[in-house]
Design a binder for this molecule. Structure first.
Ligand code: FAD
Length: 478
């Protein structure tokens, strides 16, 4: 505690909070989605929350924490659900939300501080020039842009633009290092992958440049069918219509939609499997034509509702991604979920196979997205939790059936499975965080010198090769 007193003194006028109840509140995220993480992390808390207002203050905080050997865990909106933002070794929680400046908007590009709320960036870009971010998590109304880049993977918009792993979806990042005299690095290109989805273990992101796209009047729709396989076959056809502009496309198996989407319940029947799609207003007639041809029912369209009804409904994207899980857990706390990949070209087949195998124990949910230019599905099936052993078995069965799992019941980068660590990233961490004070306990490769980077596994964010890239070279035709 003496070190925390020394730290408080060193911080001067930088806002901080040491009330244990408030610090405990800001030391949590949505880890409780997982009964396993809930058991493991319930008691985790920091000692102090520090809320810098500028990059210069971040530099001062990190220099002081480095000198006093105090761990620092960065935090945005605290909506991560892998326990990413939880300070396993106590110390300082660095709350970035005071850094919310949107500093520039031009054709195709926005610059914002890491603590800006994603929805605020979209609102500003729309008001400025009819633009919006290419993608956002379904938590856009609470999540920060820095938290999304450091802890998220993709989301609403990924059906068009792919995910955060794709080159071009982040333009540049400014990152402060954790050293005696912290440096500011400007990362671009493949170097961005040292901080994208690294849970803040490789530096504190202070600002970002991101690509913008044209903003449209998006029409929320729910399409229903009584066959889960048929609905997914249709969603796949929809996903591949290059001319039909969608921002969101997912399928959710019955009984989830009718049972848990309370505000939309009156539009649905208990046996309805549902597509949640956001369609550009100018694409609605084409969308309708395809639905009619394939005998799919459009059960809900936001554009034909009276204003009074529209106002009380959440946006369609808050029925999708991990909001589906949230709505189910709120009504039935015994529910948890998995995060898996149904890989192209067998994604539809795998979705149907997993549902047939597990039935009501694992109701399906597939987010359609572009993955290396092809349509694949991020699976977010609900799981009716019984025991941790059974949960592990469900994971194993998915993997045995060719559906890699990004296990949301593990809090490390490697086991959570999205991020492959490697020599390049470890070398970068040695350079930017030589004492290992940034979000300790989240990177196995740092804590375990015998860690085998090449152990088999599937990662959404693959390791970085010696040449700095993460892709194989394009084969020569010679
Ligand atoms: P936090 O949870 O505060 O932090 C996330 C991680 O980033 C932590 O490891 C933290 O230490 C680190 N971090 C935060 N700020 C910085 C910084 N400035 N520099 C370095 N590291 C930093 N995720 C998706 O990808 N897509 C979705 O559609 C999606 N939907 C969700 C729906 C629900 C209901 C929930 C609960 C979660 C969802 N998530 C989703 C996960 C999460 O909401 C997102 O990843 C979100 O973008 C995290 O932002 P945040 O500001 O809340 O970050």
């Amino acid at each position: 505690m003496k070190r925390i007193d020394e730290l408080t003194a060193a911080l001067g006028s930088i806002p901080c909070e040491t009330n244990p109840r408030l610090v405990a509140q800001r030391s949590r995220d949505f880890y409780w989605y997982s009964p396993v993480l809930k058991r493991q992390l319930d008691g985790v808390t920091g000692d102090i929350v520090i809320s810098p207002r500028s990059e210069a203050e971040v530099v001062d905080v990190l220099a002081a924490c480095y000198r006093l050997d105090i761990p620092v865990t960065p935090r945005g909106g605290g909506t991560g659900n892998y326990g990413q933002a939880m300070p396993l070794s106590g110390g300082a929680v660095l709350d970035l939300r005071n850094m919310s400046r949107i500093s520039g908007i031009e054709a195709g590009v926005v610059s914002a501080d890491a603590g800006a709320i994603i929805h605020d960036i979209d609102r500003a870009a729309q008001a400025h020039s009819g633009q919006e971010l290419r993608m956002h998590p379904s938590t856009a109304r609470n999540a920060t842009i820095g938290g999304f880049i450091a802890g998220g993977s993709g989301g609403v918009g990924s059906i068009r633009w792919g995910t955060l792993r794709d080159l071009g979806n982040v333009i540049s990042a400014r990152v402060v290092t954790m050293e005696a005299s912290p440096r500011i690095l400007a990362l671009t290109g493949y170097d961005l992958h040292k901080v994208i989805h690294a849970y803040g273990t490789n530096g504190i992101i202070t600002s970002l440049e991101l690509p913008l796209t044209a903003a449209y009047d998006w029409i929320d729709t729910l399409v229903t069918h009584d066959s889960w396989l048929r609905l997914n076959q249709f969603a796949d056809v929809l996903a591949r219509q290059d001319g039909l502009l969608l921002k969101q496309l997912c399928t959710i198996e019955a009984p989830t939609p009718h049972r848990y989407f309370l505000k939309h319940q009156k539009y649905l029947a208990p046996g309805d499997h549902v597509i949640v799609a956001m369609v550009a207003h100018h694409a609605v007639s084409a969308f309708e034509a395809l639905c009619r041809q394939e005998r799919m029912k459009i059960a809900f369209r936001s554009d034909i509702l009276p204003e009074s009804e529209k106002r009380v409904l959440p946006p369609a994207y808050e029925l999708a991604w991990n909001h589906t899980t949230l709505r189910a857990i709120r009504l039935d706390p015994s529910i948890t979920y998995l995060q898996t990949l149904y890989p192209n070209p067998v994604h539809v087949e795998k979705i149907a196979a997993m549902s047939a195998l597990f039935g009501e124990e694992v109701p399906g949910h597939a987010e359609y997205m572009r993955f290396e230019g092809r349509v694949s599905c991020d699976g977010m099936p609900l799981v009716r939790f019984s025991t941790e052993e059974r949960l592990d078995e469900i994971v194993r069965i998915h993997e045995e059936h060719g559906c890699p799992v990004f296990n949301p019941h593990r809090y490390t980068l490697e086991e959570g499975g999205m991020k492959q660590t490697d020599e390049v990233q470890l070398a970068f961490k040695r350079m930017v965080d030589p004492k290992g004070l940034l979000n300790p306990g989240k990177m196995i490769a740092w804590d375990n010198p015998d860690y085998d980077f090449n152990a088999p596994g599937y990662y959404l964010f693959p390791g970085i090769k010696k040449d700095g890239s993460f892709r194989d070279e394009i084969p020569s035709l010679d």
